[in-house]
Design a protein around this ligand. Structure first.
Ligand code: SF4
Ligand code: SF4
Length: 441
């Protein structure tokens, strides 16, 4: 094991079976420097000081593997979009290398007394902030909406005053789920739906990883998922859970991430053993459990959790004849414009939404193409990165302006926040569109 790995409580997992030691060296050796990763990096495109993914990954890893050279501070500027990981033609595990390098930099070199570190720690542990804010949502929304609060947040903590904090829902998704009767009610509703559909058997069971945003903010997305899945005969379990850890990976706080990963793997691993598949409505949440956990942590049951984790649209596409279901739908939507999140592309689910709705009468859906929104989870919530965030998003904003639709569609809540901020569009999730088409119509 390398010195860096020994110094941490997380262990990057060796993805290469021929490796003779537990480090990422074989991945480094696979890089032939063709530069494909450089062409897709949104930060390198707008910030000439950022040396790009090849440097952050194989080159830096080669330089630092003996533990006697410090990580370059530019690794803190990577927004963890993982577009480079997808673009690499030689299977170099860039995302894993960046996550480990960033964690080493933040732990050993970044000042823990700085305003930036405190702000990043708050962003990384958004689950706690969200819980506090949702205790008194109306008061939180009023306070966070004040110009004076935004000004203070920028001066004291380094949050950009240009951005509005997302509104807290007046009731959390978990509160709604519990009032509705929890898992038992879902089982009952799903059984009735299966009977009505003439289906037999009891093996349609999914456990929902709602994450922070669907619980505290976009609760309508989670509710749409519930109504849609139940109408198709799925029993849903909603266990106690932590944040997925994505904001922790992005801010180099892998010890925090290991804590939440252990809890989530334990909870969702037990459900997998009981015959459940796992779904999330946020592509960053599903990607964390499917890709980042097994790359970074060696936890009992992690592979089972990863191999049963699906994006909620992807899961229905795999397990149901959605085209046939949609063929009978009678809907009249306004024209929409779709943005594919970077983490959806990493999951391999890009194209599913546009394909699904391509032949549905009453749906006009245009794609913004392969562009990064620039918010990237917590990156755009940092005052010093706000300008780069908006410059990265400019291509997407332009695509929205040119498209005929005035409603946006995307799976990622952070892309959704950036679209609203940059274009003023109302944003919907594909689950809401599917619910309207298949449950309400
Ligand atoms: S993860 Fe995204 S921002 Fe970071 S180096 Fe790769 S492409 Fe660039
Ligand atoms: S795309 Fe992969 S192989 Fe090519 S330079 Fe980047 S890391 Fe190396």
């Amino acid at each position: 094991m390398s010195k860096q790995a020994e110094s941490e409580t997380f262990d990057p997992v060796d993805l290469f079976p021929d490796a003779t030691e537990m480090d990422l060296r074989p991945g480094v050796d696979k890089c032939d420097k063709n530069g494909n990763c450089e062409t897709v990096c949104p930060v390198a495109e707008v910030n000439e000081d950022f040396p790009g993914p090849k440097f952050q990954g194989p080159e830096q890893w080669r330089l630092t593997r003996k533990g006697d050279i410090e990580f370059d501070e530019s690794v803190d500027k990577c927004l963890n979009c993982m577009r480079c990981d997808t673009a690499c033609t030689n299977d170099v595990p860039l995302g894993q290398m960046h996550n480990v390098a960033r964690a080493n930099y933040v732990k050993n070199q970044k000042s823990h007394a700085s305003r930036e570190y405190l702000r990043n720690k708050m962003l990384a542990n958004y689950g706690t902030l969200g819980k506090l804010g949702s205790m008194m949502p109306r008061i939180s929304n009023t306070v966070f909406g004040l110009g004076a609060t935004r000004w203070l947040n920028e001066k004291l903590l380094g949050f950009p005053s240009e951005r509005s904090f997302p509104d807290f829902a007046t009731q959390t998704f978990r509160g709604w789920w519990s009032d509705r009767g929890g898992d038992a009610t879902s089982t009952e509703r799903a059984r009735e739906a299966r009977e009505a559909r003439g289906e037999t058997g009891e093996d349609k069971k999914v456990a929902f990883f709602h994450g922070c945003y669907a619980n505290y903010h976009q609760t309508e997305v989670a509710k749409s998922m519930v109504r849609l899945y139940e109408s198709l005969g799925y029993e849903i379990a909603v266990p106690e859970q932590s944040c997925c850890g994505t904001p922790m990976f992005a801010n180099g706080m892998l010890e925090d991430a290991r804590g939440v990963a252990e809890g989530n793997v334990d909870t969702f691993g037990s459900l997998v053993e009981d015959g459940y598949d796992l779904i999330a409505t946020c592509t960053s949440c599903s990607m964390a459990l499917r890709k980042e956990y097994p790359e970074l942590f060696d936890i009992d049951g992690i592979e089972d959790v990863a191999s049963h984790m699906f994006d909620a649209v992807e899961y229905l596409r795999v397990n149901e004849d959605l085209e046939a279901e949609l063929a009978g739908a009678d809907v009249d939507f306004p024209a929409m414009t779709y943005h594919a999140p970077c983490h959806g592309e990493v999951m391999g689910v890009e194209g599913i939404v546009t394909e699904l709705f391509a032949d549905v009468d009453g749906v006009e859906l245009e794609d913004t193409g392969d562009v990064c929104c620039g918010l990237a989870g917590t990156y755009g919530w940092k005052a010093e990165k706000y300008d780069d965030s908006m410059e990265i998003g400019a291509e997407m904003f332009e695509a929205f302006e040119e498209a005929p639709g005035e409603v946006a569609l995307t799976e990622c809540p952070m892309c959704s926040a950036q679209i609203e901020h940059g274009t003023g569009y109302e944003v919907k999730h594909p689950m809401e569109l599917l619910e309207t088409a298949l449950v309400e119509s």
